[in-house]
Design a protein around this ligand. Structure first.
Ligand SMILES: Nc1ncnc2c1ncn2[C@@H]1O[C@H](COP(=O)(O)OP(=O)(O)OP(=O)(O)O)[C@@H](O)[C@H]1O
Ligand SMILES: [Mg+2]
Length: 143
């Protein structure tokens, strides 16, 4: 899908969570791997998802803190977890941040930027979204 502005990206985020909520797993967290270059719109998409889930705190990029956890109220999930693996070199580093614990909880929905850096610890049944820069205001978002 092509989005030409923030509003369209927010609409896509809404559509994505509507689809994903129908498939809540009982085996573990819902993991969403977001592929795409710098500035392609991954963090922007998670902000839109958080807004849709009713998160009131401002969602900022977790580049420096790696992981942020937002509590959700009255939603299909209890926690929205936003991970930026840009600075991680392996799945082991993600494990050191408590990955096993958060990824086994079906009440968690986890969005990961730069998933290829930690690929070996991600579940096979992860959802994948790709983001592509088309021009200044246009992005292609696919799942
Ligand atoms: N149609 C659009 N959808 C989403 N973002 C857009 C769109 N057009 C322009 N932008 C802008 O593109 C930028 C995307 O930045 P964002 O931080 O979301 O990228 P990112 O993929 O998380 O990058 P990084 O890998 O550096 O974390 C934002 O400044 C946003 O306002
Ligand atoms: Mg980002």
């Amino acid at each position: 899908m092509i989005t030409k502005n923030l509003k369209e990206t927010e609409e896509l985020a809404k559509e994505f969570i509507t689809c994903v909520q129908d498939k809540v797993l009982d085996t573990g967290a819902t993991v969403v791997a977001m592929e795409g270059d710098l500035g392609a719109g991954k963090t922007t998409f998670v902000k839109a998802v958080a807004k849709e889930f009713g998160v009131e705190n401002t969602v900022t990029s977790p580049t420096f803190v790696i992981e942020k956890i937002y509590k959700l109220e009255n939603q299909a999930y209890e926690n929205l977890i936003h991970i930026d693996a840009y600075r991680l070199k392996s799945g082991e580093e993600l494990k050191a941040l408590g990955w096993e614990e958060v990824s086994k909880n079906p009440k968690n929905i986890i969005f990961i930027e730069w998933p290829s850096n930690v690929e070996e610890v991600l579940p096979e049944d992860k959802q994948e979204i790709s983001f592509k820069f088309i021009d200044e205001n246009t992005r292609e978002i696919m799942w």
